[in-house]
Design a protein around this ligand. Structure first.
Ligand SMILES: Cc1ncc(COP(=O)(O)O)c(C=O)c1O
Length: 361
């Protein structure tokens, strides 16, 4: 027997499963399984990336000052309260690593993002799942589940894979009801898709127990480059920076992200196109007998009559070159999560689901 054993919790982790990107034997495939921006990043971000190639022999900045300043300027925030990471996943990891450990509890919700229990296990803490109400985060249920071991509450707002959200008053009620020593993490990976929503930044500014995380992987179309950020009280940023590697982001990541966040017009166009096609797709699917909750994101959670029907539809969509996401692992076996693609992709998926519901298998 080997004496080499991993830390407690590590072997409890189920490996993260990403969205598929190809179908055996099918060409002309459209990937609608990872909530990516179908238009790609801003051309300004691509140009900044290209130019950064001439600086590859230089180490990047350790304090991300340029990117933090750009984020602060565009979002009206204080740059000193921002931390940048390799995707928002890394910022979430800093939070778990810094604030939870063996004997502590980390709360996430019934259909919450799968990284939350993974991160809790990774630091040896106990993930505690709390029921949602009809696929919406239930603040009262979370508060009832809190105790003196609770260290972190993770919620995505808007949420993945449900696409629902709770309003800022509910977030404030949650933050204010938490026991002393517990942090509320508002994961805003999809915040930019909600017109006028600050992702919870105002709550961070007025409280000492709220952290907001954001990503460049969704509306900014830079998932392949891996950049995210967090906004938190100064004392928390100071803690998170101690576990962050000094050169966690490359020159290329920093340059592309800065150009992307500064291209406000491009982001706005992506938001309005997404909102228009999201309404169109939700109505088209409803017309085919496939309802969904109002979505605040760049995807729709399509509900089928049964898990069997959702599976059969997934198989049919694949045969048509359309890859969507099965979400049985999120406790939603009768649903499929469908990213809002460009207009031809939306029309194609609506048409194929119509054919499926009409009897094509
Ligand atoms: C709710 C939520 N949080 C965080 C992430 C991670 O994003 P990133 O690519 O910034 O690590 C995702 C990605 O799908 C997500 O859906």
């Amino acid at each position: 027997m080997t004496k080499i054993t991993p830390q407690p919790g590590i072997m409890e982790i189920a490996l993260y499963v990403g969205g598929a990107s190809h179908v055996e034997g099918v060409t002309d495939v459209v990937k609608l399984s990872s909530n990516e921006n179908p238009y790609g990043p801003s051309p300004a971000a691509v140009e900044a990336l290209r130019r950064s190639a001439f600086e590859l022999h230089r180490y990047p900045s350790t304090d991300h000052v340029g990117l933090r300043a750009a984020i602060a300027e565009i979002h009206g925030l204080d740059a000193d309260n921002i931390i940048c990471g390799v995707g928002s996943d890394e910022v979430l990891q800093f939070i778990a690593q810094s604030y939870a450990g063996p004997g502590d509890e980390v709360i996430y919700t019934e259909h919450g993002f799968s990284m939350y229990p993974i991160l809790a296990h990774a630091v040896g803490a106990t993930p505690v799942m709390v029921a949602e109400k009809e696929r919406v985060v239930d603040v009262d249920a979370i508060l009832a589940a809190c105790n003196d071991k609770t260290r972190i509450v993770f919620i995505a707002n808007p949420a993945n894979p449900t696409a629902t959200m709770i309003d800022l008053d509910e977030c404030a009620r949650l933050a204010d009801g938490l026991p002393d020593g517990a942090l509320l993490v508002l994961d805003g990976a999809y915040a930019e898709f909600v017109e006028g929503y600050d992702g919870g930044a105002s709550l961070v500014a007025s409280r000492d127990n709220v952290i907001m995380t954001r990503t460049f992987s969704k509306i900014y179309g830079l998932g392949g480059l891996r950049i995210g950020w967090g906004y938190a009280p100064r004392a928390i940023i100071d803690v998170l920076n101690r576990v962050r590697q000094p050169f966690n982001l490359s020159n290329t990541q920093l340059a592309a992200a800065e150009a992307a966040v500064r291209d406000v017009a491009y982001t706005e166009k992506c938001r309005t196109d997404n909102a228009r096609l999201r309404t169109w797709l939700a109505e088209a699917l409803a017309g085919h007998g496939v309802p969904s909750d109002e979505s605040f994101t760049n995807f729709i959670l399509a509900r089928f009559d049964s898990a069997e029907e959702a599976d059969a539809c997934d198989t049919y969509l694949k045969s048509q070159g359309l890859i969507v996401r099965k979400v049985g692992g999120y406790g939603l076996p009768n649903c499929l999560r469908i990213t809002i693609g460009d207009e031809p992709a939306c029309r194609r998926v609506a048409h194929a689901i119509g054919q499926f519901k009409g009897g094509a298998r």
